[in-house]
Design a protein around this ligand. Structure first.
Ligand code: SF4
Length: 123
């Protein structure tokens, strides 16, 4: 199989042409350093992503709280994680950095608020 990737490990953004089978990279072109090899291996065999979305807030001066995972998670779990977060209703006030959901879907990642939201009427 073949795939084109852009390495995002540094601003150079090398275009990678990767050929691989089920277990390993067969050939790689376009990388200007070894970090491109590691990036291609991870992106093809174990892709991960930080998830950023919003969660509903009750009694806050805004209705949606921006949140993110505390660490990158398996890319295939992204949709399930967003669905899980959509079930939550958070009561204001919330501080940036507060954990909204601990160890979401047993990934080891927490869902963390990235903005402070005060309670309506508390100003
Ligand atoms: S392969 Fe190396 S030089 Fe190219 S983008 Fe990745 S880290 Fe940067």
């Amino acid at each position: 199989m073949k795939k084109e990737l852009i390495c995002i490990n540094c601003p150079q953004g090398c275009n990678l042409d990767v050929e691989f089978d089920k277990e390993k990279i067969i050939s790689l072109e376009g990388n200007e350093c070894k970090m491109g090899v590691k990036y291609a291996e991870e992106e093809i065999f174990h892709p991960v992503r930080m998830v950023t979305t919003t969660a509903a807030v009750m009694n806050g001066f805004i209705k949606l709280l921006p949140v993110k995972t505390s660490c990158p998670i398996d890319k295939s779990l992204t949709l399930n994680i967003v669905k899980e977060i959509s079930k939550v209703r958070i009561n204001a006030p919330v501080k940036s950095g507060d954990i909204i959901i601990k160890n979401i879907l047993n990934t080891g990642a927490d869902i963390v608020a990235t903005r402070t939201v005060g309670k309506i009427g508390s100003w």
